[in-house]
Design a protein around this ligand. Structure first.
Ligand code: ZN
Length: 75
């Protein structure tokens, strides 16, 4: 039997497979990518990228963006 002996693998087998899924979308003449998906509608439904939030135009889901700095309190 020509059974080649394979070297014992250490640790878990990791496949170097990357799904190159780049989402490009032209919006207002600008290429927008890195959109977020709607958690309710699932992949395929993008969230509209607003200044301070993402919103779904399908189900109305709104996700606010995390702010690094708190807005200055105006007296
Ligand atoms: Zn949605």
């Amino acid at each position: 039997m020509a059974d080649a002996k394979k070297p014992a693998k250490k640790g878990e087998e990791k496949e170097a497979v990357y799904n190159k899924r780049s989402h490009y979308k032209v919006e207002g003449g600008r290429v927008v990518r890195g959109r977020r998906f709607c958690p309710k509608d699932g992949p395929g439904v993008f969230l509209a990228d607003h200044k301070d939030r993402w919103s779904c135009g399908k189900c109305g889901y709104v996700e606010f963006k995390a702010k690094k700095e708190a807005p200055p309190a105006r007296a």
